[in-house]
Design a protein around this ligand. Structure first.
Ligand code: FPP
Length: 245
């Protein structure tokens, strides 16, 4: 079977679980909404830093399908922030070759937000430096279940199924698997984020709270990733014994 890795020249796919906005705000006696606002600034810093670090796909966990359980005013704040982010960042994305797309369900989002999403996706669709995916109303388990449900009795290999999982969350079907998942704020879990796509991802948990995250944190994370040995279930190269002829 083919190794599930890809040549380095393809660029990295990094998934970011942006956690710690609430704790950042609490530590400063500020409302949680302020933590989220500062979190949106950190999103821009991460996006700007990505291309030069060799990242060609960046998936940011902005709102999980389970985040609807939060108080209504916090959900409204997050949706407003998302909408204003799309309006504000559209031109910058266009200038910087960033193709922005939303992955996740859309049927529970407001018509105004959907309009901004579609306009941003349309405006930035030619962006070739970075494919930026914002995961909103996203659940990896739902995407896997949808893809499996559509498969019926058909058969496919892992890469064929990955395409189906991508389609199930409205992503470009050719989106590659994830190389590195970073979660901020010291929590160590995946929270239903890119579960199929991260089968062989390296995981990095860092203590920085998301609103403090900057390009230097991302550079250090990529450096740590490049220092890891990815074996995909095999042996390190030095221990690989050539097959007997
Ligand atoms: C987790 O922190 C963060 C979220 C649930 C939302 C992430 C949203 C942003 C970074 C801002 C808006 C995003 C965009 C793309 C404009 P938490 O609230 O769970 O923090 P806590 O665990 O410290 O309470």
């Amino acid at each position: 079977m083919d190794r599930p890795d890809r040549p380095e020249s393809c660029g990295l796919h990094v998934g970011l679980i942006m956690d710690g906005n609430g704790r950042w705000a609490r530590a400063r006696a500020l409302p949680r909404a302020e933590g989220h606002r500062r979190g949106a600034d950190a999103v821009r810093r991460a996006v700007e830093a990505s291309p030069e670090l060799g990242i060609t796909t960046l998936t940011l966990y902005a709102f999980s399908a389970d985040n609807w359980r939060r108080p209504a005013d916090e959900v409204a704040t997050l949706m407003r922030l998302l909408e204003s982010f799309l309006v504000r960042e559209r031109k910058r994305c266009l200038r910087n070759g960033v193709r922005l797309a939303l992955i996740g369900r859309r049927d529970r989002l407001s018509p105004a937000l959907i309009r901004e999403i579609e306009e941003t996706e349309r405006t930035t669709r030619e962006g070739a430096r970075l494919y930026l995916r914002l995961a909103v109303d996203y659940s990896a388990r739902s995407a896997i279940l949808t893809a499996a449900g559509k498969l019926g009795s058909e058969r496919c290999d892992e890469s064929g199924f990955l395409q189906r999982v991508n389609r199930a969350c409205h992503s470009d079907p050719e989106t590659p698997p994830v190389d590195l998942v970073i979660r901020t704020s010291g929590e160590q879990r995946l929270s239903d984020f890119l579960l199929f796509e991260s089968a062989y991802a390296e995981l990095l948990f860092i203590d920085t709270l998301w609103p403090d995250f900057d390009g230097e944190d991302l550079r250090r994370a990529v450096e740590a990733f490049r220092g890891r040995e990815r074996r995909y279930g095999g042996l390190p190269p030095a221990e690989t014994i050539p097959a007997a002829s």
